[in-house]
Design a protein around this ligand. Structure first.
Ligand SMILES: NC(=O)c1ccc[n+]([C@@H]2O[C@H](COP(=O)([O-])OP(=O)(O)OC[C@H]3O[C@@H](n4cnc5c(N)ncnc54)[C@H](OP(=O)(O)O)[C@@H]3O)[C@@H](O)[C@H]2O)c1
Length: 278
C-alpha cells in the first residue's frame, strides 16, 4: 500500500490551461480514466467565479493562475483560443524548464510559434481532438515539434487515448485534421438531423426517426472501422439492383452531397489555417 502511494505521488502532474469546452472534456476524461489523480491536476480559466464553480464540480484545483499551474506541472495542456496561445505561453515562460512538455490543442498555431514563445528548446506537441471525446469516442490527430522525444510522444498519445483513438501526422496535415475530424461532428449532426427530418416526412414519429438516424450513422461508421472495408464496398452491399437504395443514391448524387461535403472540409481546413491570427 505504501509502495502504491509512493508510486502515485511520483506520477506526472498535468496543468490544463483554459479548461473550457474542450479542455474541460479532456480534464474530466483524465479523472474518469484515472490517467491523473485529482491532486495531479491543476486547471485554469479566465474568470475567478468560474474557477470556484469548476473546482467544486470536478474536485481539482482550478484557479486563474497560469504561471503557478504551469510551474507545478510536468505536462502543460494549452486549451485557450488559438489567438491567445502565444501570449499565454510567454506568460508561463518563467515556469518552464526543458524537462516539461507542452501540448497545445489549439487549431492553427504551429509548434514553432509555441517554441519561440516559450523561449527555450522545449518539447511541444500539437494535438487536435474532437468533442465526441466526451464519451470516449473521440479522435485526435497529433504531431510533434522539434524537441519531442519518442518517449514524450508516447506519453502525449496516451493522454489522448483516454478519450478515443489517435493518429500521428506531419504538422503540415494538422489543419486538414481540424477541417475533417474536429469540425466533422458538426457536419455529421447536420446529416443525421436531415435523415431524422426525412423520417418525419415519410411519417415516422420524430423520436423514432432520430433514433433510427443516429443508430444507422453509428452502425455504418462501426462497419467501416471494424471491418476495414472500403465504404464504397459496404455501400454496394446495401444496394440491391433495381431496389430502393439505388433510387435514394441517385437523389444524393443529383443533390451533390459528395461535392458539398468535400467543399465543407476544404473550407473548414482553409479557415483553420487562419485562426492563429485571431
Ligand atoms: N471545441 C472543439 O470542438 C475543439 C476541438 C479541438 C480543439 N479545440 C481547441 O480548443 C481550444 C479552446 O476551444 P473551446 O471550444 O474549448 O473554447 P472555450 O470553451 O471558450 O474555452 C476556452 C477557455 O479558456 C479560458 N481562458 C481564456 N483566457 C484565458 C487565460 N488567459 N488564462 C486561462 N484560461 C483562459 C476560458 O475561461 P472562462 O471560462 O473563464 O471564460 C475558457 O474556459 C481552441 O484553441 C480550439 O481550437 C476545440
Amino acid at each position: 500500500m505504501d509502495d502504491l502511494e509512493v508510486e502515485q505521488q511520483a506520477g506526472p502532474r498535468i496543468a490544463v490551461l483554459g479548461a473550457g469546452k474542450m479542455g474541460g472534456i479532456l480534464l474530466q476524461a483524465f479523472l474518469k480514466q484515472k490517467l491523473f489523480a485529482p491532486d495531479e491536476i491543476a486547471a485554469t480559466v479566465a474568470h475567478a467565479e468560474r474557477a470556484t464553480v469548476l473546482s467544486t464540480q470536478w474536485g481539482v484545483e482550478v484557479t486563474t493562475d497560469n504561471l503557478g499551474a504551469a510551474a507545478g506541472a510536468d505536462i502543460i495542456l494549452l486549451a485557450v483560443k488559438p489567438f491567445q496561445i502565444e501570449a499565454l505561453v510567454r506568460s508561463i515562460a518563467p515556469g518552464l524548464t526543458k524537462d516539461k512538455m507542452l501540448i497545445s490543442i489549439a487549431a492553427s498555431v504551429k509548434t514553432s510559434a509555441i517554441e519561440a514563445a516559450a523561449g527555450l528548446d522545449l518539447a511541444v506537441v500539437r494535438a487536435m481532438p474532437n468533442t465526441p471525446s466526451l464519451l470516449g469516442a473521440g479522435i485526435a490527430g497529433l504531431c510533434r515539434g522539434r524537441y519531442v522525444s519518442a518517449e514524450q510522444m508516447d506519453q502525449a498519445v496516451r493522454v489522448f487515448e483516454t478519450v478515443g483513438r489517435t493518429v500521428t501526422v506531419d504538422e503540415k496535415h494538422m489543419d486538414a485534421v481540424t477541417g475533417l475530424s474536429a469540425s466533422g461532428p458538426a457536419f455529421i449532426y447536420i446529416i443525421l438531423e436531415s435523415l431524422a427530418e426525412a423520417g418525419v416526412k415519410v411519417g415516422l414519429p420524430r423520436d423514432v426517426a432520430t433514433l433510427l438516424a443516429a443508430q444507422t450513422t453509428f452502425g455504418a461508421a462501426k462497419m467501416v472501422l471494424d471491418t476495414g472495408y472500403h465504404p464504397a464496398l459496404l455501400k454496394d452491399s446495401v444496394t440491391t439492383p433495381a431496389g430502393c437504395t439505388i433510387d435514394g443514391i441517385l437523389e444524393l448524387e443529383e443533390g451533390g452531397l459528395r461535392v458539398t461535403l468535400i467543399k465543407a472540409v476544404m473550407r473548414a481546413t482553409a479557415r483553420a489555417r487562419e485562426l492563429a491570427a485571431g
